[in-house]
Ligand binder design. Structure first.
Ligand code: COA
Length: 152
């Protein structure tokens, strides 16, 4: 995966990031939400790809504790290590800026993300039962699983 370029996100990436986010999530973030997120203190992010954005990660660091805010890889580019590359680079950035631990939260039914986090040395430390509401009348609420990775 080292051949995929990864660079820091800047505020003017908001539209590109929102477009990618919209492809990857049922409820993607708007450009305005992305701008607000990027402008918030402690926020940092990475974007993978040459001209096209293949993947992105946004995180926030505050008082030694970092959190993954969102991570996604374009559906055409999944399963080849881009997500892992972004997660590991974000963890390294957080550590270099003094972060001691990196937290994230994931829906229990999100098997791909769960596999990514476990393979990247995150361990589950908690669960919020029925945290995510059902999205359709046929659907059930889903648990949120809390994960952490030590950065030291
Ligand atoms: C989750 C996501 C970011 C993974 O990105 P990716 O680039 O496909 O992941 P990688 O190729 O780097 O895979 C990393 C590990 O996860 C595993 N994995 C990835 N997708 C998987 C899947 N669908 N099923 C099982 N395992 C999977 C890989 O096998 C790999 O394990 P390994 O390191 O032991 O070989 C991607 O599926 C995605 O964007 N999903 C939609 C958005 C989303 O759900 N984001 C997370 C919200 S919490």
């Amino acid at each position: 995966m080292s051949e995929v370029p990864v660079r820091d996100v800047i505020l003017s990436d908001a539209a590109v990031l929102a477009a990618l986010h919209g492809v990857c999530f049922d409820r993607g973030w708007s450009v305005e939400s992305m701008q607000t997120c990027l402008a918030a203190p402690g926020t940092f992010g990475l974007i993978a790809g040459h001209d096209l954005a293949l993947g992105m990660v946004l995180a926030r660091l505050s008082a030694g504790e970092a959190e993954i805010l969102t991570i996604c890889v374009h559906p055409d580019n999944r399963g080849v290590g881009v997500g892992r590359l972004l997660l590991d680079r974000a963890a390294a950035l957080a550590r270099d800026q003094g972060g001691k631990r990196l937290f994230l939260e994931v829906a229990a039914r999100n098997a791909a993300a769960g596999a990514l986090y476990r393979s990247a040395n995150f361990r589950q430390i908690g669960k919020r039962a029925n945290y995510y509401p059902a999205e359709t009348s046929d659907d059930m609420p889903d648990d949120a699983l809390l994960y952490v990775r030590e950065l030291e």
